[in-house]
Design a protein around this ligand. Structure first.
Ligand code: IVH
Length: 726
């Protein structure tokens, strides 16, 4: 049935009275549902897309006119009847990256300069940039196939996000169909956000009902989207701005610039930000930043900066990506928000690696809409007013004392900082803070290590207790089960505290392998049953054991990350997994590298993205017999899955090690390196037996000699270009 076949369907929305609207909404709901079923279940649409859209539009207009009549089964809400059990993962067809931050005009100049340097040889002001607000919401990738919305995923870790399709479908700003003629596959990316006005209205309602208030629009938007019951999302009126894209099947039919692409999204029905401009000089860019900053309070959405992107897509492609962010874009952040409060106390927290971190306990204060009660004080120097390079920090380099009135600042999601001390308010009794020389948890000596290279004292004071320090052991375990490591549901921070402190052997978890033997120990000990302990119960115990068993096989990069090796974060863990392929190969190589010399050590250092400090930390970790003993017990319970060594690619240089030497003429060195890495090669700084190819330009010296000596294939730049396919 189409809109015009029914007598009611003939009447303009403005002329329908309330009683007619009730009937018309029912008719539209039925018609749309019928067509949805025809399309989705039977793959046989009964009406044209245009007629379908007309029905939807009419329904939306009527709902807008009579919001009190919105039906529970309204097609604008369009959700499955039952709430979902959990969000399924979706692997992004193209990774969703984050942005580098810039904070000052100087940084912006550096960013623009780095683009010119990377591309080489382009006249000043010849590269255009787009500048647009950085929306403080959640990024989303929405995939359309043959013009229809098929799924939507959050950013997640950039590689895999959560499938929030049903929730996204409730957002009116987001079209469910694209106009005819769009490419078969289109992934539109952008930001889901909650308008400030909607946030205030929601909080007014919460207040009226005596319920707890929401903290800020961003968190509320995130919470609203991560609802398993999409009807809740639907009630929150989330909004969207499109500003980027992922996979597109026929990109050649589309414009060649960022600016025009966004205009195309607009023509497809997506909201795009009206403040986006295309500019060339650094001065123009900064002027636009200032202008957006001035408009910020009047915008109905939160923004936390301005994003600059190279406009030409071919230049974007040449610039490519670093591990987490594109070289062709940056976020120029607005200065952080600030407030005054007092330092009530200074506590010391002991972390996983033994670092003693001082934390200021503050009189609670609202900064930019968020209540702040703690601020990190980083280390002893920071409290004293000394920065990482020995410089004085804060306005006059004042130290921080208990009882001081301080200015606290919060920028985005960053942990609040103490910006400065208000000296006029300092009491004469306030004494300088004495940093502990003993670990407050285990009493071991706490020391500042000397940097071997510079001979300077490290800024971090570290507990020397190692495994005897309960704080380090507990933090290790918490890291092990954390979201990006083993991610064991039901085993969070609270539970780790409980199992760690448990007196009964059949309940104790002191090291990671204990997690995997817990069930066996429980079964062997009929007297002390976890399910009889407060907070556990039969079902949750079964679920916990299932969750633990579910992790007996785990991706190698997660396994490596979970080990908690100093300086080995997620990115480094991925690099290691990719370089070594299996856990055994990794451990063997790290043991071989223990003398900090030889091939294994050189290979480790040759991994792009791993510097000497990280390499040393990894080797040190494997020298500690206690670590090996724990890992051996862990490997008896858990199998790290073999990783694909180096990105699968049909390029001739995938998995090969390349060295560039001499001057290059067609590319800058950075660009050549990025290209090679993009094709799956490792780019090394020095020539060794492991080098596969040396690309030598004019002026190549000792590296070229060494390559010849070792019989490594040498090419010039042109041969190289032909070899890698232009
Ligand atoms: S572009 C590859 N443009 O900022 C670059 N991001 O800090 C893709 N964001 O994850 C991002 N407004 O959630 C871009 N106008 C804008 C943005 C924006 C907000 C968010 C986005 C991203 C984060 C990075």
């Amino acid at each position: 049935m189409s809109a015009d076949q029914s007598p009611l369907g003939q009447i303009p929305v403005e002329d329908l009275n309330e009683a007619q609207a009730v009937d018309e909404l029912a008719r539209l709901a039925a018609a749309i549902a019928e067509n949805d079923a025809a399309y989705h279940q039977n793959d046989a649409p009964k009406i044209s897309d245009a007629d379908y859209d007309a029905l939807k539009k009419r329904n939306d207009a009527l709902e807008k006119r009579y919001p009190q009549l919105i039906r529970a089964d309204s097609p604008s809400i369009r959700v499955g009847a039952a709430p979902l059990a959990t969000f399924a993962p979706i692997t992004h067809a193209r990774p969703m990256l984050s942005l580098d931050n810039t904070f000052s005009d100087e940084d912006v100049r550096d960013f623009v300069g780095s683009v010119y340097r990377f591309l080489g040889q382009l006249p000043d002001n010849s590269i255009a940039f787009t500048a647009e607000p950085k929306i403080d919401g959640l990024s989303m990738s929405i995939r359309y196939e043959h013009g229809r919305l098929v799924n939507a995923a959050t950013r997640g870790d950039g590689t895999t996000g959560e499938n929030v399709t049903e929730n996204i479908k409730t957002i009116k700003d987001i079209p469910q169909r694209l106009p005819a003629g769009v490419p078969d596959i289109v992934e539109v990316r952008g930001e889901v956000y909650m308008a400030k006005s909607d946030f205030l209205a929601l909080n007014a309602e919460m207040e009226a009902q005596g319920k707890q208030l929401y903290v800020n629009p961003r968190n509320t938007a995130a919470g609203s989207l991560r609802q398993l019951d999409a009807r809740v999302t639907a009630s929150r009126n989330l909004k969207f701005f499109a500003y980027a894209w992922g996979e597109i099947s026929e990109p050649n039919d589309l414009p060649k610039t960022q600016f025009e692409m966004v205009q195309v999204f607009k023509s497809w029905g997506f909201p795009v930000n009206p403040l986006m401009k295309r500019l060339s000089s650094v001065e123009e860019i900064i002027a636009h930043y200032t202008e957006i900053g001035l408009e910020r309070p009047d915008l109905d959405y939160d923004i936390d900066g301005v994003v600059y992107k190279v406009d030409r897509l071919d230049l974007q492609a040449r610039l490519g990506f670093r591990s987490r962010s594109p070289r062709w874009a940056t976020a120029h952040k607005f200065p952080a928000e600030q407030a005054f409060t007092t330092v009530e106390n200074i506590d010391i927290q002991v972390g996983r690696t033994g670092a003693l971190t001082p934390v200021a306990r503050l009189t609670p204060i609202t900064v930019g809409g968020v209540v702040v009660t703690n601020a990190t004080l980083h280390n002893a120097d920071y409290i004293e007013g000394i920065g990482n390079s020995g410089e004085r920090i804060r306005e006059e380099g004042h130290d921080i004392r208990i009882g001081d009135t301080v200015i606290v600042q919060r920028a985005g999601d960053v942990i609040p900082q103490v910006l400065d001390v208000v000296m006029e308010k300092r009491s004469p009794e306030a004494k300088p803070y004495e940093f502990p020389t003993k670990c407050p948890v285990c009493g071991s000596h706490a020391v500042r290590e000397k940097n071997e290279k510079t001979g300077k004292l490290d800024s971090v004071t570290r507990c020397t207790g190692g495994f005897v320090c309960r704080a380090q052991a507990i933090e290790h375990l918490k890291h092990f089960v954390s979201r990006n490591a083993f991610d064991i549901e039901g085993l969070g921070s609270k539970q780790i505290d409980f199992f760690f402190e448990a007196e009964e052997a059949s309940l104790q978890i002191r090291t990671a392998p204990d997690i995997f033997t817990l069930k066996k120990r429980q079964e062997a000990s009929p007297l002390v049953k976890l399910e009889n302990i407060d907070g556990f119960g039969r079902v949750s115990v079964r679920k916990l054991f299932d969750a633990i068993d579910g992790r007996r096989s785990i991706a190698l990069n997660r396994f490596i990350y979970a080990l908690g090796i100093r300086h080995v974060g997620e990115t480094t863990a991925k690099l290691l997994a990719r370089a070594y392929g299996s856990y055994q190969a990794f451990e063997t190589a790290m043991k071989e590298a223990s003398s900090l010399s030889g091939d294994a050590w050189a290979d480790l250092n040759n991994i792009e993205g791993i510097g000497e400090i990280v390499a040393r930390a990894i080797v040190e970790f494997f020298k500690e017999p206690r670590n090996i003993e724990v890992i051996d017990r862990l490997i008896a319970e858990v199998t790290p899955e073999a990783a694909e060594q180096v990105a699968a690619s049909d390029s001739p240089i995938a998995g090969k090690t390349v060295v560039f030497t001499g001057s290059l003429e067609k590319f800058t060195r950075d660009e050549a390196k990025a290209r090679a890495e993009g094709l799956g090669a490792k780019v090394a700084g020095s020539v060794s037996k492991k080098t596969d190819y040396v690309v030598a330009g004019p002026g190549a010296g000792s590296k070229l000699d060494k390559a010849r000596e070792l019989g490594v294939t040498v090419m010039d730049e042109d041969e190289w270009l032909v070899f890698i396919g232009g």
